[in-house]
Design a binder for this molecule. Structure first.
Ligand SMILES: *[C@@H]1O[C@H](CO)[C@@H](O)[C@H](O)[C@H]1NC(C)=O
Length: 997
């Protein structure tokens, strides 16, 4: 979590922590940790230099104008690629760093669909001119597959062009398309700045480049800054994760003579009536430096603050192909435990075990399934990792509580923060063994002078693990295993791993005797923090409550105005400050204030983050690896959980991620707010993480910051039920928003959970396919219907796997929602309403208005699917014991197919698995069983066949040739319902092949 508010302690101290001896007491209004008299850090500790992002600076030099470019020589071509020397083609420009004279170019045709281009300095000329080349130890970089020769679908071509020098193209042979072209632009390669300008056609369709809160299609007027930041979900800024990967789709209109013309405008459903095709490719820039991708009308420019140009091209030519090809490089998503797909409840503010257990009991009392209960930082002993509060969350009561949970098939997940408290040296009772153990083994980041780098997070002054040491990994594992012996939790929620620090630089150095210090801002509920408002329309739907909330916030506001008047004057007086601009020093780097200023949401790179000059034990600066810190704690946590809970798939949800993080963990959308628009943004954010190989995604349902309300929470509990990761989470001191708080939300939640539980075997199978083949789970309409250009920016609907279309209401007060049924008007697809099983009638226009009163989530089955379902139960363990049903939803050609993956749901390497495949065509269904896992061999309760035009004659429904007694035909919905299967099929439905006719 992050709390954004400029709270000044009543005691205003000089910047840079010239900390006075006096102290002030934080008033823990509804804070759950009883602090002793405590020193509050002044807000100024988290203020950086005043910087103007270079993209907004009209006086900034243009590297394309000033720089000479490079020229290629010594070109050696082989069947598997090419190498060359690139030499600076004129006088160094040194615009945002020191130009590198000589570069090595290496091009490798790695597979038929993957091309790798690497450009790096030829030799290091001075110590301080070093550039960090991202080690394959931390982030995979596969090399050539052996035996690869000239069959690649991609071609690299290059030229030395007068005026601009070396430029290259990547072309797809099968379509002739130039996928990537720097021709006619200058390559700029300096020790703190690299620039690569590429041409783009008008109105290009680019996706990915996360993490960002934005629509799915990125558009051509956006600067995507990539720099891991702890910040509460601002729109269009850099966020927690770093994913320098994009997917690009081009649509072509096919003429009568089969000629194709590139579509260069965004079509809407009413004018996309021609005959179209599309092609898709992907680009991954493997670099962990602060980075910017400038999307402009006719070009896309990549800029990084260091490292090398390490580009992977994926030829597609479809989105599933590109995703498979990308995940071949970064790794396939982890297979999640079955229980991870249950419902999770969390909040900041469950003050003790009994409050936490009350929540569990309330879910049971209201008959709402609950799989996992979570605790935020409340459980910690003064916010220290691996240390429970001895009174409120003591181990013996906790162990007994977790035993009760486990007995009922429920689970428990605690938050684990990234920073480690440093005990006060003056206070023996402040001792903290976790710190000592890590410190003795050299597991923490240092200052350039070799002393400990000491920032500040929730517990006070803290240190940060140095993941480039093996010591830190061993220490983390030991801490987690030891703590797990005291409290047998089931997974880990990794927070603050950008890595966040609440002050600029090593603010704790020399100040440790003040520990534990209070953060430099007010926590929610403390005086001086933001006043919570309500979602849009609250005043309309909750008039009485709104009136009293408004008068309460009025008096709170009056109190706050007085408290914050100091802040205002400070801001005013500093607004005349001119910006800090640094100029390159030959052969030296300024890592804290690089000459090129990225448009970081926090401004200065050191604000609210560990400073770029923090130094790893191997000498590498945080500047060079900042963006992978979050990934590496996930690696350490994965290994630690595997040691604590041997043989079981580690369950991890992490905030800061990097390419490959999906092999270890899932991700939640971070600190959103209780607003309808954040509910909308959850869809593009999820779809982007599909592309990033992190399918285990969900957001804080009902909203984290701010007060939720009945209507928003009703809609959101329903929408999130169709996301892979389903968790309700709330901030400290906001109104409660558990699903049982409002009666309409109870009903809506159960209705949506009923859909989710029936689809759990399908969702689990989708994850199996993601894990084994790199398939996506949540899918954009554009990916499932690649020949419809009107879907290029469709992100208010999605498809779960290939077969479940979800069209949620995303606006306040609505009772209908507009959506499309792709292919329905064209006659290529059919859809069936999930709830009444009726085929959707063909609308006159593509865009259709669907009835969606509060409490109804429109869900449709896309024809062509056979779904194996189970029933809702209070936990997934209980659901796995319910009997099966089959839904057959034929496509326009009358056929349907599907598959089902079964295993014990938790073993990292299950010793038995089973795959069942379904193939239906007019009049028959064949079920084929492979594998020997028997745990889910339960009875089949019924089969529902949709879209059946008329009732079959008596006695003609047969299984394995034997007549089935119980079948009913519903002429209204055109469904055939077949029950009474147990006498024919026996009680073990997946034990042998069978067929229905
Ligand atoms: C790259 O493609 C562009 C556009 O088709 C073309 O003008 C240019 O000559 C090509 N350059 C190289 C080096 O192949």
């Amino acid at each position: 979590m992050v709390v954004s508010s400029a709270f000044l302690s009543s005691l205003l101290l000089a910047p840079c922590l010239a900390i006075a001896q006096s102290s002030t007491t934080a008033s823990p209004a509804s804070s759950t940790t009883a602090f002793a008299s405590q020193f509050t850090l002044p807000a100024s500790v988290d203020e950086g230099a005043p910087l103007l992002p270079t993209v907004n600076d009209p006086t900034a030099p243009d590297a394309q104008v000033k720089c000479p470019g490079y020229s290629a020589s010594s070109v050696r071509t082989s069947s598997s690629g090419l190498t060359a020397r690139l030499t600076l083609a004129g006088t160094a420009c040194n615009v945002f760093g020191t130009d590198v004279q000589d570069l090595d170019l290496r091009v490798e045709y790695q597979t038929n669909s993957r091309l790798h281009i690497n450009i790096r300095p030829s030799h290091v000329t001075a110590q301080n001119e070093s550039w960090y080349l991202l080690s394959t130890e931390y982030v995979p970089a596969p090399s050539q597959e052996s035996g690869q020769t000239t069959t690649s679908d991609l071609t690299f071509s290059w030229a030395n062009t007068p005026g601009s020098g070396f430029g290259f193209n990547v072309t797809r042979n099968s379509t002739g398309e130039v996928l990537f072209s720097t021709s006619g632009t200058k390559l700029v390669f300096e020790n703190q700045f690299i620039e690569l300008v590429t041409h783009q056609e008008e109105n290009y369709n680019l996706y990915g480049l996360g993490e960002v809160i934005h629509g799915l299609r990125l558009g051509n007027n956006l600067t995507r800054t990539i720099y891991a930041a702890d910040v509460g979900d601002p729109i269009d800024y850099n966020l927690y994760g770093s994913h320098p990967f994009y997917l690009q789709t081009r649509y072509f209109e096919v003429g009568d003579d089969n000629s194709t013309t590139l579509v260069t405008e965004q079509l809407d459903p009413s004018n996309a009536t021609g005959n179209y095709t599309s092609s898709t490719h992907g680009v991954y820039f493997r670099n962990a430096h602060g980075m910017e991708v400038l999307m402009r009308p006719t070009n896309v420019t990549w800029r990084t603050l260091g490292g090398s140009i390490d580009l992977y091209f994926f030829s597609g030519p479809t989105q599933p192909d590109v995703t498979h090809q990308y995940l071949d490089v970064i790794g396939m998503p982890a297979l999640q435990s079955y229980w991870g797909f249950g419902f999770h409840q969390c909040r900041w503010g469950y003050q003790n075990w009994s409050v936490t257990e009350d929540v569990v009991n309330n879910y049971e009392r209201f008959g709402i399934p609950l799989e996992v209960i979570w605790n935020d930082i409340d459980y910690m002993n003064q916010y220290r990792d691996f240390d429970n509060d001895p009174i409120r969350f003591n181990y013996s009561a906790g162990t007994a509580f977790l035993q009760r949970l486990h007995d009922r098939g429920q689970h428990y997940i605690p938050i684990i923060d990234s920073a480690i408290y440093v005990p006060s040296p003056d206070n023996a009772s402040d001792a903290y063994q976790t710190f000592n153990d890590g410190n003795e083994t050299g597991s923490f980041l240092l200052n350039p002078d070799g002393s400990l780098y000491i920032g500040a997070v929730w517990p006070g002054f803290t240190v940060f693990p140095d993941w480039l040491t093996t010591a830190a990994h061993a220490w983390w594992k030991n801490e987690m295993v030891t703590w797990h012996q005291k409290l047998p939790f089931d997974g880990a929620w990794i927070d603050m791993n950008e890595v966040s620090s609440f002050c600029v630089g090593s603010c704790g150095s020399g100040n440790l005797s003040l520990n534990p210090v209070h953060p430099p801002f007010a926590l929610p509920g403390e005086p001086g923090n933001v006043i919570y408002d309500y979602p849009e329309g609250f005043n309309l739907t909750n008039a009485t409550e709104a009136a009293s909330a408004s008068s309460a916030s009025q008096s709170q506001a009056e109190a706050t105005v007085t408290a914050s008047s100091t802040t205002a004057s400070v801001l005013t007086s500093s607004s005349s400050t001119s910006y800090l601009r640094t100029t390159p020093t030959p052969s030296q780097r300024n890592v804290n204030h690089p000459p090129y200023v990225i448009n970081n949401v926090q401004g200065d790179l050191a604000v609210h983050a560990v400073s770029p000059n923090a130094t790893h034990h191997n000498g590498i600066l945080e500047y060079d690896v900042h963006n992978i810190w979050g990934h590496q704690i996930l690696q350490a946590t994965y290994a630690a959980l595997l040691a604590a809970i041997p043989g079981k798939r580690p369950f991890i949800i992490g905030r800061s991620t990097f390419p490959s993080s999906g092999t270890l963990a899932g991700h939640w959308g971070g600190d959103n707010s209780a607003k309808f628009y954040y509910m909308y943004f959850s869809i593009p954010q999820a779809l982007s993480f599909s592309l990033f190989g992190i399918p285990m995604f969900g957001v804080d349902t009902c909203g984290f910051n701010g007060n939720s309300d009945e209507e928003l929470c009703n809609r959101w509990m329903q929408l999130s039920a169709l996301f892979p990761f389903y968790r309700n989470h709330n901030t400290l001191s906001a109104n409660p928003q558990e699903a049982y708080v409002w009666s309409s939300v109870i009903d809506a939640t159960k209705a949506a959970m009923n859909v989710r539980f029936q689809l759990l075997p399908y969702l689990y199978t989708l994850f199996y396919n993601a894990h084994t083949q790199g398939d996506t789970v949540m899918r954009a309409l554009a990916w499932e219907f690649p020949n419809d250009p009107s879907l290029a920016d469709a992100d208010r609907q999605f498809v779960l796997g290939p077969s479940i279309l979800v069209t949620p209401v995303l606006t306040q007060g609505a009772t209908t929602v507009d959506g499309v049924f792709p292919g329905l008007v064209e006659g290529t697809d059919v859809y069936y309403d999930w709830y009444n099983q009726t085929p959707v009638s063909v609308p006159s226009t593509k865009n259709t208005t669907i009835a969606a009163p509060l409490g109804h989530l429109p869900v449709y089955i896309r024809g062509g699917a056979v779904l194996a379902t189970q029933q809702m139960a209070m936990t997934t363990r209980a659901a796995r014991n319910t009997s099966w049903s089959l839904i057959v939803a034929p496509g326009v050609d009358g056929t349907a197919s599907g598959s089902l993956y079964l295993d014990d749901g938790e073993s990292l390497a299950p010793n038995a698995t089973k795959i069942v495949t379904f193939a239906a065509e007019m009049g028959s269904l064949n079920v084929t069983v492979h594998g020997n896992y028997t745990g889910l061999d339960l009875p089949l309760a019924n089969i529902t066949i949709m879209g059946v035009p008329r009732a079959p004659p008596d006695n003609l429904v047969r299984i394995n040739g034997q007549p089935v007694a119980n079948s009913t035909y519903n002429a209204t919905s055109m469904t055939l319902f077949i029950g009474g299967l147990e006498p024919v099929l026996g009680g073990k439905i997946w034990s042998a092949n069978w067929s229905l006719s």
